[in-house]
Design a protein around this ligand. Structure first.
Ligand code: GDP
Length: 361
């Protein structure tokens, strides 16, 4: 690489990676669907992009959904990337350089059910990985006497409720705040939280009516901007780093990897090191694949081939020799670095994952 290459490479702010966790049936999938649906109905073709294993919601779309809650001029992060595979079992194996792959998490709690066993498990994982999170107190529309306010911010929605419905909801919300406190977290309704580093914000939402979804996106965006900006500054052109979400057989491509890239760029033809069941796999990227836009999904080919992908993004990697690759393992582009060093890096990261897995088991 020439000198000018290194000198001119600008650092860019990447999209924060968001994971959605919580007890089964508390509404993780519905909430992701609602966010995707709201983004689509915001109009602008191509505003929301479906990645492999993830959904990218750009800042403009977030501000469209959030209305007056978000002024795009206040932000310089490009948006949010939601990992599509909800569930904390996958979350616990999704690491990036010793931390969690997700920069921030949404813990979904059914406002009527409160904490359940998998909520506790998710909390333990969030604690252990030190992942900042907010709580989505979901299903507020099931509060008896609720008067639904489709897609509205929570304040407007509150104002439209009877005293009785409002106080019922409040009771449930304070129950959850108490449970968070029992788990060792100081928490409050998000609009009362001044310092999000020391306190967990609770956002009342409905994944069915979309009430509170503007607030949820606003809080995620605000937290990322305020506390994670430094972390989001990456060398976009640098050798890419990512984490395997899934190892999949794909017709015409053989064994492929669904990967979330959190750093740098990966290009077709790059030499990559991938964590495997035995020694790390050293291989070469044959193709990088993105899902076709929904409108074209009827065509035979499900994927578009792209030359390169920059973090943060989800991508499918086709390459030889991937049979022993495993979910949760690191992927590293070698490029202008010493291959042996990259292999050693991947090996030490794998060793770390194995220790964790043994501790859990
Ligand atoms: P997951 O297992 O956490 O992904 O939960 P799902 O998203 O599959 O939701 C479980 C059930 O709860 C489904 O029947 C959803 O339609 C329902 N549900 C999810 N969110 C809401 C909500 O905000 N309000 C209502 N009324 N139902 C919801």
């Amino acid at each position: 690489m020439s000198d000018s290459d290194t000198r001119d490479r600008p650092d860019a702010l990447r999209t924060p990676i968001v994971a959605v966790l919580g007890h089964v049936d508390h509404g993780k999938t519905s909430l992701l669907d609602k966010i995707r649906g709201s983004a689509v109905s915001e109009g602008e073709a191509g505003a929301i992009t479906q990645h492999i294993g993830a959904t990218a919601v750009p800042l403009d779309t977030i501000s469209g959904i959030a209305g007056s809650l978000v002024d795009p001029d206040d932000f310089d992060l490009p948006g949010l990337l939601f990992i599509d595979t909800p569930g904390h079992h996958s979350f616990s194996t999704l690491r990036s350089r010793g931390g969690a792959l997700a920069d921030i998490a949404v813990l979904v709690v059914d406002v009527n059910d409160g904490f359940q066993p998998q909520t506790e498990e998710a909390i333990d994982i969030l604690k252990r990985t030190g992942t900042p999170f907010i709580v989505a107190a979901n299903k507020i529309d099931t509060t008896p006497g609720w008067n639904p306010q489709e897609g509205e911010p929570i304040q407007a929605s509150y104002e439209a409720q009877s005293d009785r419905a409002r106080s019922r909801l409040d009771e449930n919300l304070y129950e959850i705040i108490g449970q968070l406190s029992d788990a060792g977290f100081s928490a409050d309704l998000y609009w009362r939280v001044q310092d999000f580093q020391g306190n967990i914000g609770v956002v009342p939402v409905s994944a069915v009516t979309g009430e509170g979804v503007p607030d949820l996106l606003t809080v995620l965006m605000g937290l990322s901007q305020r506390y994670m900006k430094d972390q989001m500054a990456i060398d976009v052109e640098g050798p890419g780093a990512g984490t395997v979400l899934e190892v999949k057989d794909e017709k015409g491509f053989g064994t492929t990897l669904d990967v979330v890239m959190y750093d740098g760029t990966i290009r077709e033809g790059d030499e990559v090191v991938v964590g495997g069941m035995g020694d790390p796999i050293v291989t070469e990227v044959r193709a990088l694949l993105q899902p076709k836009p929904l409108a074209e999904i009827r065509t035979e080919k499900r994927f578009d081939r792209v030359d390169s992908v920059a973090a943060a993004a989800g991508v499918k990697i086709a390459a030889p020799d991937l049979d022993d690759a495993m979910a949760g393992a690191p992927v590293r582009v070698v490029r202008d670095r010493e291959r042996a060093l990259v292999v050693a890096d991947v090996e030490s990261e794998l060793a770390e994952i194995e220790v964790e897995t043994e501790e859990e088991g």
